[in-house]
Design a protein around this ligand. Structure first.
Ligand SMILES: Cc1cc2nc3c(=O)[nH]c(=O)nc-3n(C[C@H](O)[C@H](O)[C@H](O)COP(=O)(O)O)c2cc1C
Length: 163
C-alpha cells in the first residue's frame, strides 16, 4: 500500500486481470490490467514487461486470456502479481483450476468474473514494456460474481451502482 499511495499509477483505478498465456507445454498466469480500445468488435490493450515469462509466451503464441478477477480472487491476484513464472509453476504452486478456452490455447481460470479470449492484432514497444492491442474472439462471464478494481495498492469489489 505505502508503495502506491500517491504514486501516479496507483491513482488510476484499474481493472484486475489474471492474464494467462500458453505456448506448447509452457504456461503462465500473472496479475495485470486492461482497458478497452474499441467496442464493436471489441479490442483491448495490455502492457507486459519484456523480461518476464508472460512476455515470451505472448510473443510466440500471439494469444492470451484476460480473466477478469472476481472479488473471491483478490488474494490470488496478490500472489500472481508477486511471483514469477520463470521461478515457479504458478498453476501448481497456487492450485489454479483452469480449463481449455474455446478458441485460443491459453487457459481459462475458474472462478473469474469474466474470461475474454484474445488474439493480438498489433504491438509496439514503450520503454521496458510491450503494448499489445488484441481482439476479443470469444468471451464468457458469470453474472453471479463481482469484478475487482485496484487503486493505490488495494483491491475493491465492484458493488452498488451510483449512477
Ligand atoms: C494490480 C497489478 C497490476 C499489474 N499490472 C501489470 C501489467 O499490466 N503489466 C505487467 O507487465 N505487470 C503487471 N503487474 C506485475 C506482474 O503481475 C508481476 O510482475 C508478475 O510477477 C509477473 O509474472 P510472471 O513473471 O510470471 O510473468 C501487475 C501487478 C499488480 C499487483
Amino acid at each position: 500500500m505505502a508503495d502506491y499511495e500517491g504514486a501516479v499509477t496507483g491513482l488510476i483505478p484499474c481493472s484486475v486481470v489474471l492474464l494467462t498465456a500458453a505456448d506448447g507445454d509452457r504456461r503462465d498466469a500473472m496479475t495485470a490490467t486492461t482497458v478497452f480500445v474499441a467496442e464493436e468488435p471489441p479490442v483491448l490493450t495490455m502492457s507486459v514487461a519484456k523480461h518476464i515469462l508472460m512476455h515470451d509466451l505472448i510473443e510466440t503464441s500471439r494469444e492470451f486470456v484476460v480473466n477478469l478477477a472476481s472479488s473471491e480472487q483478490a488474494s490470488l491476484a496478490k500472489k500472481l502479481g508477486a511471483t514469477h513464472g520463470r521461478d515457479v509453476d504458478k498453476f501448481a504452486e497456487f492450485s489454479l483450476v483452469s480449463r481449455p478456452a474455446a478458441v485460443v490455447r491459453a487457459p481459462i481460470l475458474e472462478g473469474s468474473f469474466a474470461s475474454l479470449e484474445c488474439q493480438v492484432i498489433d504491438s509496439f514497444s514503450v520503454d521496458s514494456y510491450s503494448v499489445y492491442h488484441a481482439r476479443v474472439v470469444a468471451h464468457e462471464f458469470d453474472a453471479s460474481r463481482e469484478a475487482l478494481v485496484w487503486e493505490q495498492g488495494r483491491y475493491y469489489p465492484v458493488r452498488e451502482p451510483l449512477g
